[in-house]
Write a protein that binds this ligand. Structure first.
Ligand SMILES: Cc1cc2nc3c(=O)[nH]c(=O)nc-3n(C[C@H](O)[C@H](O)[C@H](O)COP(=O)(O)OP(=O)(O)OC[C@H]3O[C@@H](n4cnc5c(N)ncnc54)[C@H](O)[C@@H]3O)c2cc1C
Ligand code: FES
Length: 506
């Protein structure tokens, strides 16, 4: 068994901490307000500033420290297995537009990094989707063919750089990887140099979609803007009920130093075993590499996270001999019901509110693509793939009904079923653990800290009222319905919730 517990959090955050930025303290008027400073929000803000718009970015936490600060940072148009599905659901042209939009986004990052003179550890690598199971070889063969038809330099291979045999793989040549924070912190600095305003610790709590739009923030200051971009990962102010088309998926990451001779020299992913994703990055002065392994995905609030971390750490050390784990972290992304991100107008009736979400584990290229697409929509330019990603696309019975119904059934099961579950007594919650218990007839989220003190909160998620569950490995309350997360004092650490869990008397 590999002990992952002594290791630290996100490597990207630790190696590029970045400066603090101000809290919004006074009312503001700009052309465009962008809510959220992940890769989608920052890319949008940067493109808009370059197009001459005055822009304010409002970030509840720190810049590029949400999902974007905890990613794997592969830059590729090969998104596991998507092209065979896309050519069936969106036609050959849809698949081609997807491939082109994602490829252009990858190349755009290289151009921008060059323009800004930033060393973001950009490296060209081939991308692979592999399978072990011989019965799945037909799937990767079909994917290779569909990706090639879509215009990517794709081929079916049976040899890879991985230290174990595979039954088959799709390889797409000439993709890339980078250090996401080194790139995005430079983008944020350049935004400031262009006169744009970037605020941290500023949570947006209200949106009035008038002409102009008005945003309320938790500090009391307001922002008036002609256009608003909701780039909060899971959308807040969800008037189109996009939450019915998005399911959150939490995933774990472990990383550690690897001797160069074991570098698999590529970026790999398999849909098997709850996903295994592998890349390496430059590490330290002695030329070693950092191995980054991702996998074990689950719905937030439903996983035995410590056991999953152990499985992932064991897999990494078993397959990459000599790797010493130094980092472990977790994060989540949203899958859309038809596997295509939702980028465009926030709802059918809107004229000035936009959204970027549903990146399905591929929001590095997807976030940059979103920035360019939303800038085209806001500045009135044409974009060949606006229809492909339009969030107002009609729910398709063929392409998304099964995923849609499954997600709704899951939410209903959590909303009702979790309330019927028997709960322990407060006294039965051990130190360092949390559980939902009944206190005076109501569900309370009870955490007992290492000193024995009990912290009690309402267990009703402030988004839509599902019951939260405790994640022991990360000491957080998680909502299984749409993925909101709260710390042990009830503070929101991840939306769509914008209000904290209320305190309760234990
Ligand atoms: C384990 C894992 C590995 C991944 N690896 C890859 C990969 O290799 N390649 C790839 O392409 N993609 C990858 N992804 C996906 C990619 O990381 C995400 O899709 C992308 O980072 C999402 O960016 P974002 O800007 O939408 O969200 P975020 O980075 O989360 O940004 C949203 C921001 O909005 C802020 N916010 C939220 N609510 C408010 C509010 N009310 N007011 C103000 N601000 C608010 C948050 O604090 C946050 O900073 C991976 C995902 C996971 C889970
Ligand atoms: S995140 Fe929607 S109910 Fe909790």
């Amino acid at each position: 068994m590999t002990d992952y517990r002594h290791v630290k959090g996100s490597y990207w955050l630790q190696t590029a901490p970045g400066p603090s930025r101000p809290v919004l303290a006074e009312d503001l008027r700009v052309d465009v307000a962008v809510i959220g400073a992940g890769i989608a929000g920052l890319s949008t803000a940067w493109e808009l500033a370059r197009a001459g718009r005055s822009v304010a970015v409002l970030e509840a936490g720190r810049v590029a420290a949400g999902v974007t600060g905890h990613t794997t940072a592969k830059l590729t148009a090969l998104h596991t297995l998507i092209y065979d599905r896309l050519r069936r659901t969106r036609g050959a042209e849809g698949a081609r537009l997807y491939a082109r939009s994602q490829t252009e986004a990858v190349e755009h990052i290289a151009e921008v990094a060059d323009e800004l003179g930033v060393d973001c550890e950009w490296e060209r690598r081939n991308a692979y989707t592999y399978v072990h199971d011989p019965s799945r070889v037909a799937e990767v063969r079909a994917e290779a063919e569909a990706a090639r038809e879509a215009g990517l330099p794709a081929s079916f291979v049976t040899e890879t750089g991985l230290p174990f045999p595979v039954a088959g793989a799709v390889r797409v040549a000439g993709q890339a990887q980078f250090h996401p924070r080194k790139y995005l912190l430079a983008l944020a600095d350049d935004l400031a140099a262009r006169g744009a305003l970037v605020y941290e610790d500023t949570t947006v709590v209200g949106l009035d979609e008038g002409e102009p739009c008005r945003l309320a923030t938790d500090s009391g200051a307001t922002v008036t803007a002609r256009d608003v971009v909701v780039a909060t990962h899971y959308p807040i102010f969800d008037r189109a009920m996009l939450f019915t088309r998005l399911s959150p998926r939490r995933e774990l990451v472990v990383a550690g130093a690897l001797d160069t001779e074991y570098d698999p020299d590529g970026m790999y992913i398999t849909p098997e075993q709850g996903t295994r994703s592998v890349r390496t990055a430059p590490y330290g002065e002695d030329g070693r590499r950092l191995l980054v392994v991702t996998g074990e995905h689950f719905t937030p609030g439903t996983g035995d996270t410590p056991a999953r971390f152990e499985r992932l750490a064991d897999w990494a050390t078993e397959h990459f001999p000599g790797v010493g784990l130094t980092h472990a972290w977790a994060t989540q992304d949203n899958d859309s019901t038809d596997t295509v991100p939702l980028v465009g107008p926030l709802h059918p009736g809107t004229r000035h509110a936009y959204v970027a979400t549903g990146f399905g584990g591929w929001g590095m290229s997807g976030g940059v693509m979103a920035g360019r697409l939303l800038t085209a929509l806001i500045t009135g330019e044409k974009c060949a793939w606006s229809e492909l990603y339009d969030p107002r696309r009609v729910l398709s019975a063929v392409r998304e009904a099964p995923a849609f119904l499954k997600h709704q059934a899951q939410v209903a099961r959590h909303f009702v079923g979790d309330r019927l579950r028997t709960t322990p007594e407060v006294d039965a919650v051990p130190p360092g653990e949390g559980a939902v218990v009944r206190v005076r007839g109501k569900h309370a989220a009870v955490y007992r800290d290492e000193e024995g003190e009990v912290h009690a909160l309402s267990a009703r998620c402030t988004h839509m009222g599902c019951l939260v569950a405790f994640n022991a490995a990360e000491r957080a309350w998680e909502c299984p319905c749409h993925g909101s997360r709260f710390d042990t004092d009830g503070k929101v650490v991840q939306g769509p919730a914008t209000s904290p869990l209320e305190r309760r008397e234990p």
